[in-house]
Design a binder for this molecule. Sequence first.
Ligand code: GTP
Ligand code: MG
Ligand code: ZN
Length: 407
Amino acid sequence: MPTEHDYLKAMEKHTRKQKLRKARKNNPANLKKEKPRQRDWSAYSDDEWDDGGFYQDERVMPPGSEELRKETAKAAEKVQLHEDEDGINQLEPEIEEEHLPGVVIEVAANRCKVQVDGEMLDCSFRRAMLKHESAFTTLAAVGDEVRVSEIESGVGVVEQVLPRRNMLARLHRPDAGKTSSRRRVIAANIDQVLVVASWRKPNIWPELVDRYLIAAARNDLEAVICVNKIDLVADQSELEETIQPYRDAGYQVILTSAETGAGVDTLRDLLAGSITVFAGLSGVGKSSLLSRIEPGLKLRTLTVGERGKNRNQGRHTTTMATMYPLKEGGALIDTPGIREFGLAFLHQAELASFYPEFTRLNGGCEYADCTHTHEPGCRIKAAVAQGEISPMRYESYVKILEGLPGK
Ligand SMILES: Nc1nc2c(ncn2[C@@H]2O[C@H](COP(=O)(O)OP(=O)(O)OP(=O)(O)O)[C@@H](O)[C@H]2O)c(=O)[nH]1
Ligand SMILES: [Mg+2]
Ligand SMILES: [Zn+2]
């Protein structure tokens, strides 16, 4: 039960906040310009500034909240000082010494886990960030470099998200039928993508493998193909037939079994020192491979009841992207199986350029704008007929092409 003391404290907090707001409003530097609504969500703006991380309507103060209040007041003064000094509203707050550098390990709605110096902080976002428009569905993504302030042991506030070196993203689909131009960032600041498929259970699906390869290439990311569950291979020549086209196209293909451990050493070598995203359909064995590579990792998997109905009871289904730093350096990012992937805004005419074995024959078609489907004199179709290009790859090209917007 809140006591009168708690109530008075809360009132005091409220009054102080109002004073701070008023001071900021009356500051001539702030009166000069009407701030435009910024896409840059790292911006501070007058109305939107708030002491993020504070639970506003909470009367019983959580432990450490007094310190938090002081910190917040101090931070407010500091923002004001910056604006006083140069008279302009800074869109990007300076990186301040006391804000700790960290990496986002996991993201949930409006919260994230940040690794700071080997310690894990459960963070909220500076409230000003939450209100800004963004082309992305979340403020931060796994792999983002951030600056945080620790408000109490294990708890922090993300003050700033640093610009991304690269990212793997897909279009966000809020509900069936509705479209959105916002993108969901699966991971940021990565070195390579491991496209994981399973030989059986579920069967390898070349079209999806190709989609992942294209998505990686569009983001200038190296991609390596990993065919897992090779313990389930009954017909070795069928396996060879399936993977050879990828090798011919120039991709590295590794064969693994999380069950027997085959190929795991090769995989481990490939991953050491790099930041790798594991991408692939649900059930292909991404998480199983991860725990093979680094035994002792505590993988985040679906626990019974977490999703309301236990549709996936008994299976270790990954529900969110999570980063696992490796002992040898580098990190792995486990992702939930994603069907629809990264081909947003890709145009039909661009697709062929993501098939290396097609581009090698570039210019051989009769029509310069050949889509390699119905046109006469198509060099690509001829190559398929002659066995120069794999029918499997060509089929996936045609299927993907059908789903893309034209010119
Ligand atoms: N036979 C065989 N089964 C495997 C292998 N790797 C994983 N499995 C099994 O495949 C199932 C799915 O494995 P997970 O590691 O959970 O798959 P995932 O790709 O992480 O799936 P999501 O988290 O849903 O995206 C589990 O029952 C594993 O035991 C393998 O190499 N061989
Ligand atoms: Mg998983
Ligand atoms: Zn053609």
